[in-house]
Design a protein around this ligand. Structure first.
Ligand SMILES: CCCCCCCC/C=C\CCCCCCC/C=C/C(=O)SCCNC(=O)CCNC(=O)[C@H](O)C(C)(C)COP(=O)(O)OP(=O)(O)OC[C@H]1O[C@@H](n2cnc3c(N)ncnc32)[C@H](O)[C@@H]1OP(=O)(O)O
Ligand SMILES: Cc1cc2nc3c(=O)[nH]c(=O)nc-3n(C[C@H](O)[C@H](O)[C@H](O)COP(=O)(O)OP(=O)(O)OC[C@H]3O[C@@H](n4cnc5c(N)ncnc54)[C@H](O)[C@@H]3O)c2cc1C
Length: 646
């Protein structure tokens, strides 16, 4: 064990184990997660670092791993969805799996959209992996759902739908598992009796069940990408492909071609809401991994000098702390927000299953906004962690380049982040409702008292100083008032309408304000949920260290967005000047606990897969060993010497 890291652990002021229990949701859950993590000792999962493999080898390795996972899940009797998720995230490490989409999109779509008869047919096939599925929605030319071109036309004479990609731009593009899957959920515009009824989901067989040869359908892999090398993102061109009427999910077409409206057309989009909710938790996980790597490495890396003494640990540099500790605070904040998002998703989708759709718009708005907010923040955070590790952060051995490449598409897939932030129509609607005197419920209820607060952009000098920057509840209150930026967005729309612009143009001309409002709303939610969590934590040592992190999170956010807080008169200039001073004090308070705080995330070394983030801190000898495994070192003299240099 590296002596620096031993010393760090001795300095901790709290019980790491107890904090792990809080993150997991209780000691029983930690125990079970650790039991599941033992699978890492299984020699069947001993594999070469994918960074040393070609794309085709990586894909093959991923397929083998996916198949092994299924067999082992059965062998170990793991069937609870949360446990399957835990198992997979352990085995998957920092990469994706080839059957990922089958689990996260295909199966959930079947579960939520099959009727009884369809469930009876498709669920046994899909859960036994005879049917391997993908989710084909995006097209070469479109992702905006109303604009999708693929058609599904009902033919009552044969009781079939005819699926067609009429143009090049309508070719399905991106669906994972282009080579792996034999079925797809295809999203297409439904036509029956000559009328279009909008987007619906259909199950389409793509490949022969025994030979895996494509049916008369053009299907394949779209080629190498920024990351996602394990995943065969695919294309799919359908040329008048016929499928039985029973393959339409939720069956909205009667045998005579009559269309029966669903309770809400938006239920077809349910799988995206599910994944967007999951991505909030995934952001927390990846931010936590990145911080673990960067903070452990910073504790063992010595460089330059502060005083004329031996080289200090780089974690002692104030600038290093300023780079990493706000991200550490973010990892904790997002962990609690992830827990909230999961609970909210299951609560509201439970109501939806019972026929109560009243909270669907809020679920959509919250999951879209938090997905965008947390993935954007995490994406930039991983890169800060990588940079903070200097040159070794650039090596794939650090895992940070992989974490970045694998995570960055979360900002794009399941709804591009700007587009998701623009799903703030709900926010503006809520604002208008509150202004009209309606009492809002839930997370939007803070808009109820906006009129009394009169939060507007007028001189700060005309306002009382509301905020004690050392008081978390005051900080939550100021974030709440900043979230009233929605008022500016609503006003911008109003002004555009007064200029006789159409509603659509007024919306587009206010889009920057709308995204800002959405961002401010999400930021408020994160600060509030983090603060609310503190009241549940009885252990005084843990409460203290998490309160310090929450204060840092809140103040750092204000420092980054100082213009908003000053403009709205929520803070005075002298208060604003106090914030950097307080932030520096908080960095000093966090410093002795930094390693213990990342230890509490409890990532086994095999899951982190990072030479820099090793628990024992023995970085240099393992970096050397890792480099020696590089395929370029397989021979002492590379063949290129004989071919070109000699
Ligand atoms: C510790 C925790 C660990 C967690 C472990 C997690 C493990 C998971 C591991 C890995 C996960 C990663 C998985 C990797 C695989 C990724 C694969 C990627 C797949 C995809 O990308 S699938 C394709 C996704 N595509 C999109 O998201 C498209 C985005 N676009 C849209 O959603 C829509 O076009 C739109 C919302 C922008 C506009 O909708 P539409 O076209 O219908 O427009 P309108 O007709 O105007 O309707 C708008 C109207 O509808 C409301 N609305 C829109 N969407 C929804 C919804 N989903 N639900 C409810 N309501 C919705 C909208 O608010 C409007 O309402 P109003 O009319 O204003 O009332
Ligand atoms: C790794 C990966 C895996 C994927 N897996 C799948 C899958 O399994 N199945 C599937 O169906 N799809 C999948 N996708 C596709 C993914 O869902 C889309 O890429 C995503 O929805 C974004 O759409 P787009 O690529 O068309 O971007 P575009 O919508 O073309 O975005 C380009 C730019 O235009 C801007 N823009 C677009 N619309 C607006 C607007 N209304 N207002 C303001 N700005 C706007 C965006 O902000 C962005 O800056 C995957 C994508 C990736 C990268």
């Amino acid at each position: 064990m590296n002596p620096d890291i031993v010393k760090e652990r001795q300095n901790a002021s709290f019980d790491v184990q107890k904090l792990t229990y809080i993150l997991d949701g209780g000691p029983e859950k930690t125990k079970r997660r650790r039991e599941i993590s033992l699978v890492l000792n299984d020699p069947d999962f001993d594999e070469e670092d994918p960074n040393f493999l070609s794309r085709s080898e990586r894909y093959e390795q991923a397929v083998r791993k996916s198949a092994q996972m299924i067999l082992k899940l059965r062998e170990y009797g793991i069937s609870d969805p949360a446990e399957i998720n835990c198992y997979k995230s352990v085995v998957r490490g920092n990469f994706h799996e080839s059957l990922g989409l089958h689990y996260v999109m295909f199966l959930p779509t079947l579960y939520s959209q099959c009727d009884q008869e369809q469930s009876k047919k498709w669920l046994p096939l899909a859960t036994s992996f005879e049917v391997l599925g993908t989710y084909a929605q995006t097209e070469l030319g479109h992702t905006h759902l109303r604009g999708l071109e693929t058609t599904a036309t009902f033919d009552p004479t044969t009781q079939e739908f005819v699926l067609n990609s009429p143009t090049v731009t309508s070719i399905k593009w991106w669906p994972g598992a282009g080579k792996t899957s034999n079925h797809a959920v295809v999203l297409a515009q439904l036509y029956t009796r000559g009328k279009c009824h909008g987007l619906h989901a259909f199950i389409v067989q793509l490949r022969h069940m025994d030979t895996h040869e494509p049916l008369p359908i053009l299907v394949g892999d779209i080629g190498p990408k920024f990351g996602f090398s394990e995943v065969d993102n695919g294309f799919l061109k359908l040329d008048h492909v016929r499928i039985p009427r029973e393959n339409m999910l939720m069956k909205h077409v009667e045998p005579d071609g009559r269309y029966v409206k669903p309770a809400s057309a938006k239920l077809t989009y349910g799988t995206m809401v599910f994944i967007r909710s999951l991505l909030v938790g995934l952001s927390a996980l990846v931010m936590a991994k990145s911080c673990t790597i960067a903070i452990r490495y910073s504790a063992v890396r010595h460089q330059s000098e502060i005083r004329s003494e031996p080289e200090p640990q780089i974690l002692d540099y104030q600038t290093q702390q300023y780079k990493l500790f706000p991200l550490l605070a973010t990892a904790y904040a997002f962990s609690f927000v992830g827990q909230y998002m999961t609970e909210t998703y299951y609560r509201i989708s439970g109501d939806i299953n019972q026929g109560d759709l009243s909270e669907l718009p809020e679920l959509h708005a919250v999951s879209a906004g938090l997905k965008a907010f947390t993935t954007w923040t995490t994406n930039t955070g991983i890169e800060v962690c990588r940079m903070s590790c200097g040159g070794h952060g650039y090596s794939r051995s650090s895992a940070l380049p992989d974490l970045y490449a694998e995570f960055t598409p979360t900002c794009t897939y399941e709804g591009e982040n700007t587009v998701m932030m623009l799903q703030t129509a709900y926010l503006v609607k809520s604002y208008r409702q509150a202004k009209a005197g309606e009492q809002l419920r839930g997370i939007m209820s803070y808009l109820n008292d906006m009129e009394q607060r009169h939060v507007r952009a007028h001189p700060a000098s005309a306002r009382p100083a509301l905020v004690d920057i050392n008081d978390l509840s005051d900080l939550v209150e100021s974030y709440k008032l900043r979230a009233a930026l929605v008022e500016s967005a609503a006003k911008s729309i109003q002004q555009e309408l007064q200029k006789r612009r159409s509603h659509e143009d007024a919306w587009n001309n206010s889009a920057i304000d709308l995204v800002k409002a959405s961002d401010a709303h999400c930021h408020y939610m994160v600060v509030k949920l983090f603060t609310d969590k503190l009241s549940e934590i009885g252990d005084p040592d843990i409460n203290l260290v998490l309160t310090t992190l929450a204060q840092l999170y809140a103040l750092h956010g204000i420092a980054l967005n100082s213009g908003d807080f000053l403009q709205a008169g929520l803070l005075t200039v002298p208060q604003m000047q106090q914030i950097p001073v307080r932030i520096k004090e908080l960095l000093c308070l966090i410093r002795p606990n930094a390693v213990a705080l990342v230890d509490a995330f409890d990532f086994p070394d095999k899951v982190l897969s990072s030479v820099l983030g090793r628990y024992d801190g023995n970085v240099y000898e393992n970096l050397f060993e890792w480099a020696r495994r590089s395929p370029l070192n397989a021979t002492e003299v590379h063949e290129s010497f004989h071919k070109y240099l000699k």
